[in-house]
Ligand binder design. Structure first.
Ligand SMILES: Nc1ncnc2c1ncn2[C@@H]1O[C@H](COP(=O)(O)OP(=O)(O)OP(=O)(O)O)[C@@H](O)[C@H]1O
Length: 256
């Protein structure tokens, strides 16, 4: 399923947070959103999952304006792993993962054998079985993230939105997580700070700066030293990766 941001402008009070951003994400591709703190990445993603209605413009998922969808229809199209994690659930990890099945259930019926099987498979896939029966609030940041990943995988939505998914993840889990979400073959949008993770896992990269889309293209064509220096203010050199593409090696900051 494709996702299209059409002329998205978001104003908050007197401030323009996003300025006429248009971007089409093709089905089955992985797009990384890169940009400095406060550049508008989360706000743009929020317009797609309807937490932030745009002041102007619209977001289309599979050709349908997301604003016109019921919440169940929206959740069947788009799954979200958001940045802020509320820990106040009086639920176990397994029960939080099961919330991913809610858009597929009718009324408040019991979980079907299929729902249970999908959630168990997701918990195994993300390596969360060992702590799935503990209360969610007692889990570490990384453990919570594994449960939330199981939840979005169990949701089986064609579009997956991840807002800084690697926040609490150790190095191994950062790669495991991005491998899991990209290998599922869906349409994936992820706000990332780590440029080398974007180079490793994203087909496309969109760069935001002060609410404007300043670059969009293949990850290797966009994430080059000049752009990274201009937008993120860090010098780097591109090193050929023998497995294809390149990585960026950052220099120690010398201006301080
Ligand atoms: N509810 C809000 N009220 C006022 N300003 C807001 C609100 N939400 C976001 N902003 C502002 O909008 C701008 C963009 O924020 P956003 O969270 O989209 O940036 P970001 O690129 O995701 O940043 P980060 O990398 O720090 O997570 C910031 O200046 C932020 O302070």
């Amino acid at each position: 399923m494709n996702l299209e941001f059409k002329n998205i402008t978001v104003d908050m009070g007197q401030r323009r947070i996003l300025d006429n951003v248009s971007l089409r994400v093709e089905p089955g591709t992985v797009t990384g959103f890169i940009g400095p703190n406060g550049s508008g990445k989360s706000t743009l993603l929020k317009t797609a999952y309807r937490v932030q209605p745009p002041t102007q413009g619209a977001v289309f998922a599979g050709g349908k304006d997301v604003a016109s969808l019921s919440s169940v229809e929206a959740a069947r199209r788009i799954a979200v792993m958001a940045q802020e994690i509320s820990s106040d659930f009086p639920l176990t990890g397994r029960e939080v993962a099961m919330l991913g099945r809610v858009p597929h259930q009718r009324g408040f019926g019991a979980d079907s054998p299929r729902d249970i099987e999908i959630v168990e498979t997701a918990l195994v896939e993300v390596g969360a079985q060992k702590f799935a029966d503990r209360t969610f609030s007692s889990l570490s940041g990384g453990e919570k993230q594994r449960i939330l990943l199981a939840r979005v995988l169990a949701q089986e939505s064609p579009v997956l939105i991840l807002d800084e998914p690697t926040n609490h993840a150790d190095l191994g889990f950062q790669h495991e997580l991005l491998h899991l979400v990209t290998a599922r073959g869906g349409t994936t949008l992820a706000a990332l700070h780590d440029v080398n993770l974007a180079l490793a896992y994203c087909d496309r990269v969109a760069v935001l700066q002060a609410g404007k889309l300043v670059a969009h293209g293949s990850a290797t064509s966009v994430l080059v030293p000049d752009l990274v220096d201009e937008v993120l203010g860090v010098e780097s050199v591109a090193l050929d990766d023998p497995r294809g593409g390149h990585t960026l090696s950052f220099r120690r900051h010398t201006h301080l």
